[in-house]
Design a protein around this ligand. Structure first.
Ligand SMILES: *[C@@H]1O[C@H](CO)[C@@H](O)[C@H](O)[C@H]1NC(C)=O
Ligand SMILES: *[C@@H]1O[C@H](CO)[C@@H](O)[C@H](O)[C@H]1NC(C)=O
Length: 189
């Protein structure tokens, strides 16, 4: 009897774990009704997903990036790199709990490996907001891309710590180093 009970408990726990991890994927993230995205892709690293709507004629991109930070007080980031495929050159949005205690998003022009500093990026931004739901950070924002843009180099990342409002360096595990790729914004997914 005790064996049956622990087996049931185990099954229940693994079902809960599956639901919790799936809550970061395209098929299971539920946004508030005012946030609607036409496309989504499950990203191949860091248990993350990108949800977006895009109008190529205007270059208006509205996005939600969902990823679990390694620790609750960590950070998550999504970026476009207009000049290269990796981190250096990235025009990054980074979401984390701000010094005022609220979740928020700041912009970073990543010019080198090393400490990041907040500042303007190459794209006009609006609607930058973040929230922490089910162990994942949801980063929301709108970017104005050059009209006619269809494909971008995307880079995404997660980190465990923020010190005095500054996101600290991420791990250098394979999944942290491979979290980049080409995104076709107009591809129906
Ligand atoms: C693109 O975004 C700008 C600024 O947010 C807005 O004024 C404009 O109406 C948008 N255009 C389209 C076609 O959605
Ligand atoms: C980002 O940094 C690079 C290198 O310093 C600089 O050339 C570029 O103008 C910066 N971009 C913005 C939007 O400030």
């Amino acid at each position: 009897m005790a064996v049956v009970q622990s087996l049931l408990l185990l099954l229940l726990l693994s079902a809960v774990a599956t639901i919790a991890s799936a809550a970061r994927g395209c098929s299971s993230v539920t946004f508030p009704s005012n946030r609607v995205y036409a496309a989504c892709t499950d990203l191949p690293q860091l248990s993350s997903s990108l949800h977006w709507s895009y109008d190529a004629a205007s270059g208006n991109l509205s996005l939600a990036f969902v990823a679990p930070p390694p620790k609750p007080d960590g950070w998550v980031s999504w970026a476009i790199n207009p000049t290269a495929k990796g981190m250096v050159g990235s025009q990054a949005l980074i979401a984390f709990r701000q010094p005022n205690g609220k979740m928020g998003v700041k912009t970073y022009n990543i010019t080198r490996y090393g400490p990041v500093s907040e500042g303007p990026i190459a794209f006009q931004t609006s609607g930058l907001e973040a929230e922490y739901v089910d162990g994942a950070i949801r980063l929301y924002g709108k970017l104005k891309l050059r009209h006619g843009t269809t494909t971008v180099n995307q880079v995404w990342q997660v980190g465990a710590t923020v010190v005095n409002g500054v996101p600290q360096k991420h791990d250098f595990k394979p999944e942290n180093l491979q979290s980049k790729g080409t995104l076709n914004l107009v591809l129906k997914t």
